[in-house]
Write a protein of this length. Structure first.
Length: 130
């Protein structure tokens, strides 16, 4: 059995009483010591995972963005297709299925890019050409 690496480095910061109390409360609700909770949050953030708040806000944001992006993809592709020719019911069903299949992945990519300060809108043009 391999032992986990020993942690030898620490990080310190100053907080107000109210900030400290909020963090301590959040850690306590999750059954962790403050230092354990802070480590988990920092490392999760570093790995591209964001902790959702108690109401599930992070997950809800991904779902809403996924739906908006799917709708946007459908509209862009539908208008592109209709500008060329009529669209059959089967083509519309395929377009909706493709949008549904890609929506969560695209939402996560957009949110990650937004968090990293990167705006990539070039993917919209490529989706209209499919």
């Amino acid at each position: 059995m391999t032992k986990p690496p020993i942690r030898t480095k620490s990080i310190g910061t100053k907080l107000t009483e109210a900030e400290y109390a909020s963090l301590e409360s959040r850690a306590s609700r999750q059954g962790l010591k403050l230092s354990e909770w802070v480590r988990e949050v920092l490392l999760s953030s570093l790995n591209g995972k964001s902790e959702s708040n108690e109401s599930g806000e992070s997950g809800a944001l991904e779902i809403v963005l996924a739906e908006v992006l799917a709708f946007r993809m459908i509209l862009i592709n539908m208008f592109f297709k209709l500008s060329k020719e009529a669209m059959s019911d089967e083509q519309m069903r395929e377009l909706i299925a493709r949008a549904d299949g890609e929506k969560l992945r695209r939402a996560v990519e957009h949110l990650s890019a937004m968090r990293d300060g990167i705006a990539d809108r070039s993917s919209d043009a490529s989706h209209a050409k499919r």
